[in-house]
Write a protein that binds this ligand. Structure first.
Ligand code: CU
Length: 288
Protein backbone atom coordinates (compact mmCIF):
# COMPACT_ATOMS: atom_id res chain seq x y z
CA UNK A 1 0.00 0.00 0.00
CA UNK A 2 1.44 3.38 -1.08
CA UNK A 3 1.61 6.44 1.13
CA UNK A 4 -1.38 8.10 -0.53
CA UNK A 5 -3.50 4.95 -0.24
CA UNK A 6 -2.62 4.66 3.39
CA UNK A 7 -3.56 8.27 3.97
CA UNK A 8 -6.85 7.81 2.11
CA UNK A 9 -7.67 4.67 4.03
CA UNK A 10 -6.82 6.44 7.26
CA UNK A 11 -9.07 9.34 6.38
CA UNK A 12 -11.92 7.01 5.43
CA UNK A 13 -11.47 5.08 8.65
CA UNK A 14 -11.46 8.22 10.78
CA UNK A 15 -14.50 9.54 8.90
CA UNK A 16 -16.28 6.23 9.51
CA UNK A 17 -15.27 6.27 13.17
CA UNK A 18 -16.31 9.90 13.46
CA UNK A 19 -19.64 9.12 11.89
CA UNK A 20 -20.12 6.10 14.13
CA UNK A 21 -19.47 8.31 17.15
CA UNK A 22 -21.40 11.29 15.81
CA UNK A 23 -24.49 9.47 14.51
CA UNK A 24 -25.83 8.51 17.94
CA UNK A 25 -24.90 11.98 19.24
CA UNK A 26 -26.78 13.68 16.41
CA UNK A 27 -29.74 11.36 16.90
CA UNK A 28 -29.66 12.10 20.63
CA UNK A 29 -29.51 15.87 20.01
CA UNK A 30 -32.43 15.66 17.57
CA UNK A 31 -34.40 13.60 20.03
CA UNK A 32 -33.67 16.07 22.83
CA UNK A 33 -34.66 19.08 20.72
CA UNK A 34 -37.98 17.62 19.62
CA UNK A 35 -38.71 16.30 23.10
CA UNK A 36 -37.45 19.08 25.32
CA UNK A 37 -37.09 22.16 23.14
CA UNK A 38 -39.70 24.91 22.97
CA UNK A 39 -42.65 24.26 20.63
CA UNK A 40 -42.18 25.07 16.97
CA UNK A 41 -43.29 28.71 16.73
CA UNK A 42 -46.57 29.38 14.90
CA UNK A 43 -46.53 33.17 15.26
CA UNK A 44 -44.03 35.97 14.81
CA UNK A 45 -44.11 36.58 18.56
CA UNK A 46 -43.31 32.95 19.36
CA UNK A 47 -40.50 33.16 16.78
CA UNK A 48 -38.88 36.16 18.46
CA UNK A 49 -39.30 34.58 21.91
CA UNK A 50 -37.58 31.48 20.56
CA UNK A 51 -34.65 33.52 19.23
CA UNK A 52 -34.45 35.47 22.49
CA UNK A 53 -34.43 32.20 24.43
CA UNK A 54 -31.57 30.82 22.30
CA UNK A 55 -29.61 34.07 22.63
CA UNK A 56 -29.95 34.02 26.43
CA UNK A 57 -28.90 30.37 26.54
CA UNK A 58 -25.79 31.26 24.52
CA UNK A 59 -24.98 34.15 26.90
CA UNK A 60 -25.38 31.82 29.89
CA UNK A 61 -23.20 29.16 28.25
CA UNK A 62 -20.40 31.63 27.45
CA UNK A 63 -20.42 32.99 31.02
CA UNK A 64 -20.44 29.44 32.39
CA UNK A 65 -17.48 28.32 30.26
CA UNK A 66 -15.44 31.49 30.95
CA UNK A 67 -16.01 31.57 34.72
CA UNK A 68 -15.51 27.86 35.33
CA UNK A 69 -12.64 27.75 32.80
CA UNK A 70 -10.73 30.43 34.71
CA UNK A 71 -11.58 28.78 38.02
CA UNK A 72 -10.52 25.24 37.09
CA UNK A 73 -7.42 26.48 35.23
CA UNK A 74 -6.34 28.51 38.27
CA UNK A 75 -6.87 25.61 40.63
CA UNK A 76 -4.95 23.23 38.37
CA UNK A 77 -2.10 25.47 37.19
CA UNK A 78 -1.36 27.04 40.55
CA UNK A 79 -1.71 24.03 42.78
CA UNK A 80 0.37 23.65 45.93
CA UNK A 81 2.21 20.56 44.71
CA UNK A 82 3.78 22.67 41.97
CA UNK A 83 5.16 24.95 44.64
CA UNK A 84 2.82 27.88 44.25
CA UNK A 85 2.52 30.20 47.24
CA UNK A 86 -0.88 31.77 47.97
CA UNK A 87 -1.09 35.47 47.15
CA UNK A 88 -1.49 37.72 50.15
CA UNK A 89 -3.25 40.79 48.71
CA UNK A 90 -6.65 41.51 50.22
CA UNK A 91 -8.38 43.57 47.57
CA UNK A 92 -8.06 44.72 43.98
CA UNK A 93 -9.90 47.81 42.82
CA UNK A 94 -9.37 47.01 39.16
CA UNK A 95 -10.90 43.55 39.60
CA UNK A 96 -13.83 44.83 41.65
CA UNK A 97 -14.66 47.53 39.11
CA UNK A 98 -14.36 45.01 36.27
CA UNK A 99 -16.68 42.45 37.87
CA UNK A 100 -19.26 45.17 38.53
CA UNK A 101 -19.16 46.79 35.11
CA UNK A 102 -19.01 43.66 32.92
CA UNK A 103 -22.16 42.01 34.39
CA UNK A 104 -23.88 45.42 34.27
CA UNK A 105 -23.13 45.68 30.54
CA UNK A 106 -24.36 42.12 29.98
CA UNK A 107 -27.66 42.96 31.73
CA UNK A 108 -28.00 46.13 29.63
CA UNK A 109 -27.49 44.15 26.40
CA UNK A 110 -30.10 41.58 27.48
CA UNK A 111 -32.49 44.37 28.48
CA UNK A 112 -32.09 46.25 25.22
CA UNK A 113 -32.80 43.06 23.29
CA UNK A 114 -35.72 41.78 25.42
CA UNK A 115 -37.63 44.99 26.24
CA UNK A 116 -39.16 45.64 22.79
CA UNK A 117 -40.36 42.01 22.67
CA UNK A 118 -42.01 42.28 26.10
CA UNK A 119 -43.57 45.63 25.09
CA UNK A 120 -44.91 44.10 21.86
CA UNK A 121 -46.45 41.25 23.87
CA UNK A 122 -48.43 43.79 25.88
CA UNK A 123 -49.69 45.70 22.84
CA UNK A 124 -53.23 44.41 22.49
CA UNK A 125 -54.50 47.38 20.47
CA UNK A 126 -56.13 47.11 17.01
CA UNK A 127 -57.22 43.50 17.42
CA UNK A 128 -59.40 41.96 14.72
CA UNK A 129 -61.21 39.65 17.11
CA UNK A 130 -61.53 39.79 20.91
CA UNK A 131 -62.26 36.60 22.80
CA UNK A 132 -62.78 36.33 26.54
CA UNK A 133 -61.27 33.20 28.08
CA UNK A 134 -62.71 32.38 31.49
CA UNK A 135 -61.02 29.79 33.66
CA UNK A 136 -63.24 27.43 35.62
CA UNK A 137 -62.36 24.51 37.84
CA UNK A 138 -61.72 22.69 35.45
CA UNK A 139 -62.57 23.89 31.98
CA UNK A 140 -62.41 26.98 29.80
CA UNK A 141 -65.24 29.23 28.71
CA UNK A 142 -64.90 31.27 25.51
CA UNK A 143 -66.98 34.35 24.68
CA UNK A 144 -66.39 36.05 21.34
CA UNK A 145 -66.77 39.69 22.38
CA UNK A 146 -65.83 41.67 19.29
CA UNK A 147 -65.11 41.18 15.61
CA UNK A 148 -66.38 38.42 13.34
CA UNK A 149 -68.12 35.82 15.48
CA UNK A 150 -69.30 38.31 18.12
CA UNK A 151 -71.87 36.72 20.38
CA UNK A 152 -70.57 33.15 20.15
CA UNK A 153 -69.95 31.57 23.51
CA UNK A 154 -69.28 28.04 24.63
CA UNK A 155 -67.46 25.88 27.13
CA UNK A 156 -64.40 23.85 26.22
CA UNK A 157 -64.04 20.63 28.20
CA UNK A 158 -61.56 17.74 28.16
CA UNK A 159 -62.78 14.71 26.23
CA UNK A 160 -60.07 12.18 27.18
CA UNK A 161 -62.01 9.35 28.88
CA UNK A 162 -61.42 8.75 32.58
CA UNK A 163 -60.35 5.15 31.85
CA UNK A 164 -57.25 6.43 29.99
CA UNK A 165 -56.22 8.64 32.90
CA UNK A 166 -56.27 5.73 35.33
CA UNK A 167 -54.58 3.30 32.93
CA UNK A 168 -57.66 1.13 32.42
CA UNK A 169 -57.56 1.91 28.70
CA UNK A 170 -54.61 2.54 26.35
CA UNK A 171 -53.80 6.24 25.92
CA UNK A 172 -54.78 7.70 22.54
CA UNK A 173 -52.84 10.19 20.41
CA UNK A 174 -54.15 13.45 21.87
CA UNK A 175 -54.19 12.20 25.44
CA UNK A 176 -55.12 15.13 27.75
CA UNK A 177 -54.92 17.56 24.80
CA UNK A 178 -58.39 17.08 23.33
CA UNK A 179 -61.57 19.03 23.99
CA UNK A 180 -65.20 18.96 22.86
CA UNK A 181 -65.24 22.58 21.60
CA UNK A 182 -61.87 24.00 20.59
CA UNK A 183 -61.40 27.74 20.19
CA UNK A 184 -61.55 28.54 16.47
CA UNK A 185 -59.75 31.56 15.00
CA UNK A 186 -58.86 32.72 11.49
CA UNK A 187 -55.22 32.60 10.36
CA UNK A 188 -53.24 35.86 10.13
CA UNK A 189 -55.67 37.91 12.23
CA UNK A 190 -54.78 39.62 15.49
CA UNK A 191 -56.67 37.85 18.23
CA UNK A 192 -56.95 39.58 21.59
CA UNK A 193 -57.54 37.22 24.48
CA UNK A 194 -59.13 38.73 27.57
CA UNK A 195 -58.57 36.47 30.54
CA UNK A 196 -60.46 36.17 33.78
CA UNK A 197 -61.57 33.36 36.07
CA UNK A 198 -64.64 32.27 37.92
CA UNK A 199 -63.15 30.59 40.97
CA UNK A 200 -59.36 30.46 41.43
CA UNK A 201 -56.39 31.71 39.39
CA UNK A 202 -55.83 29.87 36.11
CA UNK A 203 -53.58 30.81 33.18
CA UNK A 204 -54.23 30.66 29.46
CA UNK A 205 -51.12 29.42 27.66
CA UNK A 206 -50.47 28.36 24.07
CA UNK A 207 -46.68 28.01 23.63
CA UNK A 208 -46.75 27.87 19.80
CA UNK A 209 -48.28 31.39 19.77
CA UNK A 210 -46.02 32.77 22.53
CA UNK A 211 -49.01 33.53 24.77
CA UNK A 212 -49.25 33.00 28.50
CA UNK A 213 -51.53 35.10 30.66
CA UNK A 214 -52.91 34.59 34.16
CA UNK A 215 -56.70 34.44 34.45
CA UNK A 216 -57.59 36.01 37.80
CA UNK A 217 -61.05 36.07 39.40
CA UNK A 218 -62.39 39.63 39.62
CA UNK A 219 -59.73 40.98 37.29
CA UNK A 220 -59.35 41.28 33.56
CA UNK A 221 -56.01 40.76 31.86
CA UNK A 222 -55.27 40.54 28.17
CA UNK A 223 -52.81 39.09 25.69
CA UNK A 224 -52.78 38.64 21.94
CA UNK A 225 -51.54 36.39 19.17
CA UNK A 226 -51.57 36.19 15.40
CA UNK A 227 -51.25 32.62 14.13
CA UNK A 228 -49.21 32.47 10.93
CA UNK A 229 -50.41 29.06 9.71
CA UNK A 230 -53.49 26.89 9.89
CA UNK A 231 -53.56 23.85 12.14
CA UNK A 232 -54.46 22.69 15.60
CA UNK A 233 -52.39 24.04 18.46
CA UNK A 234 -52.62 23.15 22.09
CA UNK A 235 -51.73 24.47 25.45
CA UNK A 236 -52.66 23.96 29.05
CA UNK A 237 -53.78 25.85 32.08
CA UNK A 238 -50.46 27.14 33.43
CA UNK A 239 -51.38 28.04 36.99
CA UNK A 240 -51.88 25.30 39.59
CA UNK A 241 -55.63 25.59 40.17
CA UNK A 242 -56.72 22.50 42.05
CA UNK A 243 -56.98 18.74 41.72
CA UNK A 244 -57.94 18.71 38.03
CA UNK A 245 -55.41 21.33 36.93
CA UNK A 246 -53.94 18.84 34.48
CA UNK A 247 -57.34 18.20 32.90
CA UNK A 248 -58.26 21.60 31.44
CA UNK A 249 -56.33 21.73 28.16
CA UNK A 250 -56.56 24.50 25.59
CA UNK A 251 -57.07 23.61 21.95
CA UNK A 252 -57.02 26.31 19.27
CA UNK A 253 -58.01 25.45 15.72
CA UNK A 254 -56.55 27.97 13.26
CA UNK A 255 -58.51 27.99 9.99
CA UNK A 256 -58.69 30.03 6.79
CA UNK A 257 -60.91 33.14 6.62
CA UNK A 258 -63.57 31.25 4.61
CA UNK A 259 -63.62 28.29 6.98
CA UNK A 260 -63.89 30.71 9.88
CA UNK A 261 -66.90 32.48 8.34
CA UNK A 262 -68.57 29.11 7.80
CA UNK A 263 -67.84 28.09 11.39
CA UNK A 264 -69.30 31.36 12.72
CA UNK A 265 -72.48 30.83 10.71
CA UNK A 266 -72.86 27.26 11.87
CA UNK A 267 -72.14 28.12 15.51
CA UNK A 268 -74.56 31.05 15.48
CA UNK A 269 -77.43 29.08 14.00
CA UNK A 270 -76.81 26.28 16.51
CA UNK A 271 -76.85 28.84 19.30
CA UNK A 272 -80.04 30.45 17.99
CA UNK A 273 -81.67 27.05 17.72
CA UNK A 274 -80.73 26.29 21.31
CA UNK A 275 -82.24 29.60 22.46
CA UNK A 276 -85.46 28.88 20.59
CA UNK A 277 -85.56 25.37 21.98
CA UNK A 278 -85.65 24.10 18.41
CA UNK A 279 -83.38 21.72 16.53
CA UNK A 280 -81.19 23.20 13.76
CA UNK A 281 -82.93 20.87 11.28
CA UNK A 282 -86.30 22.39 12.19
CA UNK A 283 -84.87 25.84 11.44
CA UNK A 284 -83.53 24.61 8.11
CA UNK A 285 -87.02 23.34 7.27
CA UNK A 286 -88.34 26.84 7.96
CA UNK A 287 -85.82 28.18 5.48
CA UNK A 288 -83.66 30.05 8.04
CU1 CU B 1 -56.62 26.02 35.77
Amino acid sequence: MGGMDFLRAGRAASAALGFALMAPLVAFANDMTTKYNLRTPASEMAESLYTLHNFLLAVCLIIFVLVFGVMFYSMYAHRKSKGHKPADFSDSHTLEIAWTIIPFLIVVVIGVYATPIVMAQKDTTNADITIKATGYQWKWGYDYLKGEGEGISFLSTLTTPYEQRVNLAPKTENYLSEVDNPMVVPVGKKIRIVTTANDVIHAWMVPAFGVKQDAIPGFVRDAWFRADRVGTFNGHCAELCGKDHAFMPIVVRVVTAEEYTAWVKEKKSAQAAQLNGAQPTALLALGQ
